[in-house]
Design a protein around this ligand. Sequence first.
Ligand code: MG
Length: 390
Amino acid sequence: MSIAALIVAAGRGTRAGGDLPKQYAEIAGAPVLWYTIKAFAAAEGVTDIQVVIHPDDAEHYGRAVPTNGGKLWPPVPGGATRQASVLAGLEAMHGLSPTYVLIHDAARPFVPRRCIAGVIDALAHHAGAIAAVPVADTLKREQSGQTISATIDRAGLWAAQTPQGFRFGDILAAHRRAAAEGLTHFTDDAAVAEWAGLDVVLVGCDSANIKLTTADDLAAAVRRLAPAMPFETRTGTGFDVHRFAPGSSVWLCGVEIPHDARLDGHSDADVGLHALTDALLGAIGDGDIGQHFPPSDPRWKGAASHLFLADAARRVRDRGGRIVNVDVTLLCEAPRVGPHREAMRRAIASILAIDVSRVGVKATTTEGLGFTGRREGIAAMASASVALPA
Ligand code: MG
């Protein structure tokens, strides 16, 4: 028997003040989606994981995914609505045709193992089963101007969560039929299944399975994760130099800056990102950039250096660690870094999937002294602090 998790991460909802869709927002050093994938990767019985993402989010996704022993399939692009995205994910799994599929919102990263297990168990006897909690608050219907017109009996009312599990063939057929009939109003997959006449049961879960929706939810999630594990702080440093060569722009800290020369190197020669990659690798004692991406390997010729940095960040997260802060200093007479500093900070924050407040970028000249003073090249130094499980 095979059981696939279909994680729906194609939404555009951004948290207050942020510009990242909430499933990529950082909580305690890792993106929300990372925790969600981890939950299913660790769940007993789950054999495959398929994530549906927004077509614009491939880079965010690349930074969010943990390595997980091979359960995870490459992401597929979603559609204009949640319903369309689920159908796209189900169609992508058609070749796999698992026995059961557990459809889950990316924004519910704390789904308890017992809820996943409960849904799977219920599928032995029912076509569908969903995680849900009994409604605890008294419900009011508003008439107008916030005047109450009725109090609704909450007996027998449940709030639907995810995962929502189904026999794969049944839910694929139901979704296909709904799409073919132009019905696009369903807000969860159980509603599609109910419409198709499938028998769907409620599986009691709990409030830990919260859907992170607001900035407050994210902040609460951070507080919840923070004390869970004793962490210790590790620090690493990095240093790099690249020489100038004839050209018209340089890459510095993930930003291309017009200049009267380029930096020479096997990759794009982004000296800032190279120093920072080494700082992160140093903090976790995992070699250096040359070891993981040898200049002798033709795969890395002309490579964009954000690949190296994102890989270092993934190595931190694979150890259960989180990046506390990073800091880069560029040493050069030219180009001027100041006008590009904020773009560099944002680029690094995006590559590392951390908040921009955790990123420092500074620059200095060397007063005309030495190779940087003679404008023969650019040097960069960096430090990184990482919290690792003690
Ligand atoms: Mg280098």
